[in-house]
Design a protein around this ligand. Structure first.
Ligand SMILES: Nc1nc2c(ncn2[C@@H]2O[C@H](COP(=O)(O)OP(=O)(O)OP(=O)(O)O)[C@@H](O)[C@H]2O)c(=O)[nH]1
Ligand SMILES: [Mg+2]
Length: 366
């Protein structure tokens, strides 16, 4: 130990500080070199002048080296704890047989999926699917691997074609979902598009009569595109409104946001859907909502025969992996994605590969 310290002082000068020492028992098989060794970590430490220049003396610069190193040590200890916990998570995954004998880029992919908040079991399933289908040389190529992954993800996320309108046949579309998910805004986007770009005759029907502002919001959009709006206070009103607008191409039914925790509200919604028997019922979910709340919502709304999913607010999240979890759980195709507040611009027809790309972090194109 003394010998080592002398060498450190010779190398680093008298200011050198010992950070860590360790005695090592070396024993080499069949060797005459069996002897003890010491390992010492030393440093010249931090430049006090630089710290001052950076203005980091805010809470009082330590008065001497000992204090400075104590501070540094505490900070390092925190960092080490953090690194230990990350390593622990990754290490626990590495023991999973899935990660045996696959190239390191698999971990990259896996980590990307988890960071996007794809559920662990789905991420692992994808890794396994891709591994089983590619040869060793294909696996070694990140491009091929990613391409295959996108294909497998896309397969898990079916989409529906956009609203298709046969001549003469009216289509009734209802949007349901939790409060503030974007139902009204999405209806406005869809209606405006079909009216402006395809010249379709559109009518709005709102059953959201709990708040005056809600009716006004939809009325504003109806006024802009010059479409009629019907307000249904009861299921009977809704039936009559549908009766009165036989000549339209598209009926959009806007519903009040429902708290997934309120059974009565959900039952009311079921009643309204029965009264209107829409051709399509789209469940609108915001990707900014946390996963457990999303799962709660889909459980409650499953009382309604949902046949499409719309994901909103893709512009506001960097964890869009919840889309994959939800589609995988509900087995219902995705119809539209919305990407901002602008009516009618910020909406796109969902495509499976694009959904996969978004989840893997490809930015939304403008
Ligand atoms: N950033 C972003 N905001 C959106 C998007 N879609 C809707 N919003 C905003 O989300 C808020 C709620 O939208 P609404 O359309 O009123 O939601 P809703 O589901 O009808 O809400 P309730 O009727 O209260 O249940 C509004 O401020 C919208 O502008 C989107 O794709 N991106
Ligand atoms: Mg609304």
């Amino acid at each position: 130990m003394e010998e080592a310290i002398v060498r450190i002082k010779a190398d680093l000068g008298p200011e050198a500080v010992i950070l860590h020492t360790r005695r090592l028992q070396r024993s080499w098989p069949f060797s005459l070199l069996n002897k003890n060794a010491v390992e010492i970590t030393a440093a010249l430490g931090v430049n006090l002048v630089d710290q001052k220049a950076n203005g980091s003396e805010g809470k009082g610069l330590p008065h001497n080296n000992a204090e400075l190193y104590n501070d540094r040590f505490d900070q390092l200890q925190l960092e080490v704890e953090e690194i230990k916990s990350i390593v622990k998570t990754i290490a626990s995954q590495l023991t999973d047989p899935i990660f045996q004998e696959v190239p390191a880029c698999f971990l990259d992919v896996y980590e990307k999926l988890l960071r996007s908040k794809v559920e662990d079991n789905i991420a692992k399933k994808l890794v396994k699917l891709v591994r089983d289908q590619l040869s060793a040389s294909e696996l070694a190529d990140p491009g091929t691997l990613r391409g295959k992954l996108v294909v497998e993800m896309a397969e898990l996320m079916p989409v529906s074609a956009p609203l298709s309108l046969e001549d003469g046949a009216r289509k009734v579309i209802a949007l349901i979902g939790p409060t503030g998910a974007g139902k009204t805004t999405t209806i406005a986007k869809l209606a405006a598009r079909y009216y402006l770009y395809e010249g379709k005759k559109v009518v709005f029907l709102t059953a959201d009569t709990y708040r005056i502002a809600a009716v006004d919001q939809l009325r504003t959009y109806a006024d802009i595109i010059g479409a009629p709006i019907e307000i249904a206070f009861s299921n009977q009103d809704a039936r009559e409104a549908l009766e009165n607008h036989q000549d339209k191409d598209l009926v959009f039914i806007d519903t009040a946001g429902r708290s997934p925790h309120n059974e009565i509200q959900i039952n009311e919604l079921v009643g309204l859907m029965n009264a209107c028997s829409p051709d399509e019922i789209h469940l609108v979910l915001s990707v900014t909502t946390k996963m457990s709340d999303q799962m709660d919502a889909i459980k409650r709304f499953s009382a309604v025969p949902i046949n499409r999913l719309i994901f909103t607010k893709l512009d506001e999240t960097n964890t869009p992996g919840s889309m994959l979890n939800i589609v995988n759980e509900m087995k219902v195709p995705v119809s539209y994605l919305t990407t901002g507040q602008n009516v009618p611009e910020d909406i796109k027809v969902a495509e499976s590969q694009e959904l996969a790309d978004i989840i893997l972090g490809v930015p939304l194109d403008e």
